[in-house]
Ligand binder design. Structure first.
Ligand code: SAM
Length: 184
């Protein structure tokens, strides 16, 4: 069975991130994805967002321990991404839901997730990608997934390739949506 995060990273690898690229982790959580992205762009920059102080603290500790200093840690909603990111990005990651090991009542919500994903797409450079991990096993996650499938299917097929990857005999299993901007 595929591991969701490995497949997400496969999408990122396939888009050819370079050492000096600018990328973003829109849901930093415990910082695993931020660390992964920092290692992918050692001469570049990773913008990382989270609304929870716990997530910011955990991520800062993780990056310090790993000796990584190329992240811009932002303690704010990803819905405000355009206030912080003023340059094109090669890749963006969203790992929706709640902080593992944290308060499960604090999780991503449709009203901020959609503007954040629209912002991420608007920041994408040609050949760039936004990868979204969706967790439909809880009510808001299910509704988030439905909203994203409906809205992202409206993107122009001449400018973007939008992929939906899921296990078809397990409706609650996490799934991936990847939005690639064509390189033309
Ligand atoms: C599944 S976790 C992310 C896991 C993380 N990528 C990692 O590597 O550990 C989802 C995170 O999204 C955060 N989140 C929820 N709403 C948010 C928002 N509006 N803006 C930014 N982060 C948000 C939560 O606080 C939580 O830490």
């Amino acid at each position: 069975m595929y591991q969701l995060l490995d497949v997400s990273k496969g999408f990122l690898e396939a888009c050819g991130i370079k050492e000096s690229d600018v990328v973003a982790d829109f849901t930093m959580g415990n910082g695993y994805d931020t660390e992964y992205l920092c290692r992918k762009v050692p001469c570049g920059k990773v913008y990382a967002f989270d609304i929870q102080a716990q997530a910011v603290e955990n991520t800062k500790k993780r990056l310090a321990k790993a000796g990584l200093d190329n992240a811009v840690i932002i303690h704010d909603s990803h819905a405000k991404a355009l206030e912080y990111i003023k340059e094109p990005i090669k890749a963006g990651m969203f790992n929706l839901g709640y902080l593992p090991g944290g308060d499960k009542t604090i999780h991503t919500m449709r009203e901020s997730t959609m503007p954040a994903i629209n912002a991420a797409i608007s920041l994408l450079q040609k050949g760039g990608i936004v990868v979204i991990n969706v967790y439909p096993g809880h009510e808001e996650g299910c509704l988030e997934g439905e909203m994203l499938l409906e809205e992202l299917s409206k993107l122009s097929r001449f400018e973007y390739c939008v992929t939906h990857l899921r296990i078809i005999n397990s409706p609650d299993a996490p799934f991936i949506i990847a939005v690639e901007r064509y390189d033309k």
